[in-house]
Ligand binder design. Structure first.
Ligand SMILES: Cc1cc2nc3c(=O)[nH]c(=O)nc-3n(C[C@H](O)[C@H](O)[C@H](O)COP(=O)(O)OP(=O)(O)OC[C@H]3O[C@@H](n4cnc5c(N)ncnc54)[C@H](O)[C@@H]3O)c2cc1C
Length: 325
């Protein structure tokens, strides 16, 4: 029982210290960053977590059925469990701080935050995740988790026998349509112009017999009071407004990795994901990255947590090799 171990009795929360050069600085407190923190603390690395919030995208997950040990858990409850586990360790926290710059200086790294703080460390794990692109239409924000979803892999089973729409024209959107067709009563695939997904995916979608393609529509509003009730569309060729009654709307128009603050330092791919190898190393020795912000495939909680563990163990190996006197 780690929590009862003498070594871990410094439970009091440490405040982030701008004077100290930490062994490890973790950017982001989602599943990847929180798991990395636990592994780092067990290796007795002096660790600082800097994050906008605790929980990340998992806070938006209505119900999680894919995290081992829980048959079903709400995203918020899972985050609470993660946080309780992390807070047992003597880790310093700077929550509510957004990293705006990450740079290298001498043998160490430094971050600047939107709150005007500056922290330094010998190693860094970037675990800043990503954010779904939103439609920015009325109703969308208020109905997130109440029928508006950005993750069909996660939420499709919650829409059994309902009529749903998927907004988006690429492979991720058509993949979502396919996943949803196993559960939903009817799936509308709504695109502004034409479907741009691979033909094989389109054919598979058509074979489900459950999908209706609506091409040439702009989204005006996601309608609903307590939950999604429908989608208001405008037909582009004649401006006719159409109301589609629905139980769910899946927005699949891409996601943006939160990697801007690191773009001058680490290598990104064309989607702005941080390039990592299978040890979570970036191109810069001493900087590691884990979870949804990276090129590692499959953006899921359990994958992000596993990658966070790997990143912390890699950072520890690097720290011992380079900095341990
Ligand atoms: C609506 C929704 C439902 C989902 N449902 C499921 C599900 O059921 N099952 C499943 O396995 N997966 C699900 N996912 C996917 C899952 O949430 C992600 O794969 C996972 O959270 C990724 O973890 P992460 O730690 O890499 O990043 P994130 O969860 O994105 O966390 C990133 C952290 O970094 C912080 N941060 C971002 N930028 C900065 C910055 N500049 N400075 C400081 N901090 C920063 C954020 O505040 C956050 O704390 C869902 C995703 C969404 C959006």
């Amino acid at each position: 029982m780690v929590a009862q171990d003498q070594d871990y009795e410094q439970r009091s929360e440490k405040t982030a210290d701008e004077e100290q050069c930490y062994d490890l600085l973790i950017i982001g407190a989602g599943p990847a960053g929180l798991t990395a923190a636990v592994y780092a603390a067990r290796k007795k690395l002096e660790t600082l977590m800097v994050s906008v919030n605790v929980g990340g995208q998992t806070l938006l997950a209505a119900g999680v059925e894919t995290y081992m040990g829980f048959q079903y858990v709400s995203g918020a409850e899972l985050v609470q469990k993660f946080e309780e586990q992390v807070r047992q360790f003597p880790i310093a926290f700077a929550i509510g701080e957004e990293v705006t710059d990450l740079f290298a200086e001498d043998q160490q790294f430094a971050v600047r935050t939107s709150g005007g703080k500056r922290f330094t460390s010998k190693t860094v794990i970037i675990a800043s995740g990503r954010r779904a692109r939103s439609l920015d239409v009325p109703g969308e924000k208020a109905l997130i988790g109440r029928g508006v979803s950005y993750c069909a892999t996660c939420d499709a089973p919650l829409f059994r026998d309902k009529d749903v729409a998927v907004i988006g024209s690429g492979n991720p959107a058509l993949t979502a349509v396919n996943e949803l067709s196993s559960y939903a009563h009817r799936v509308y695939s709504v695109v502004r112009n034409t479907v741009k997904a691979d033909p094989v995916l389109v054919d598979r979608t058509k074979r489900t017999g459950k999908v209706e393609f609506l091409a040439g529509y702009a989204i005006q509003e996601i309608r609903g009071t307590k939950r999604v009730e429908g989608l208001v569309l405008r037909r582009l060729d004649d401006d006719k407004v159409v109301d589609l009654p629905l139980g769910g709307v899946f927005v699949e128009i891409g996601a943006m990795p939160n990697s801007d603050f690191a773009r001058e330092l680490v290598l990104l791919n064309e989607r702005k994901e941080i390039e990592v190898d299978c040890d979570c190393k970036t191109n810069v020795p001493g900087i590691f990255a884990a979870g949804d912000v990276t090129t590692a495939p499959e953006k899921q909680i359990i994958v992000a947590a596993g990658e966070g563990a790997k990143a912390a163990l890699s950072a520890y190996r690097y720290f011992v090799m380079v900095h341990h006197e």
